[in-house]
Design a protein around this ligand. Sequence first.
Ligand SMILES: [Zn+2]
Length: 270
Amino acid sequence: MQLKKSLLSLALAGVVAVASTALVGCVSNTTSNSSTTNRSQLMLVSEQEVMTQSAQAYDEVIAQARAQGVLNTNKALTARVQKIGDRLIAKAPTFRADSAKWDWEVNVITSKELNAWCMAGGKIAVYTALVEQLKLNDDEIATVMGHEIAHALREHVREQMSTQALKQGALNIASLFGVSNTTLNIANTLAEVGVSLPFSRSHETEADELGLELMYRAGYDPQKGIKIWEKMMSLGSGNTGLAVLLSTHPADDERLANLTELAAQLKADK
Ligand SMILES: [Zn+2]
């Protein structure tokens, strides 16, 4: 599959980039807001490399969708999602100034998958079934898009790739001492990073917090918006085959309680 191939090249490029990057980064990439963390992040892979390769991967996804006749086919829904995207993107520089210069894109893909994602550099896709099957209102769409944008603003994929690259480096060192290398397995693992691997709990919490503040600043209602996660959870374990979003962004009662508290705080801060 094309996407998988491009993600693999993205992953391999990341490994190459780490080899040529002498600077070991441990920084926080977003400015502090009422809900934003200052957690230090391991950033071995270069930002530019991740951005460039993500843009290429995104172009492939979009070209493939266009060829299959599933790109932005529902004009009303596309306009609605893009309008919400524009409002969120306008507020993104509140959290990191350089995102004002990102080449943002928002596209809607007709699919039975319940999914949405934002690649590095602001490359967004929302799948029709997510909105139509869950009957999302604008606040809920803004919540899920805000959450995905937050992953990109915090560069969680770059951080995941850096962690993987570190493991790769450890394996290379091990190989010098005659320990068998599993480079291919690592490359395959890296290929999954991006749109199909679950984020860690700390990444999810950050994306929830930053994303909800983002949608709130864009003029949406966080208390109405977080209902999307209840809807996702109510699908139940027996019905999650196409609920890709739930498998990559696990939701449980604890997370829902945290979101409920956050939403109330944001509205109280008015
Ligand atoms: Zn997430």
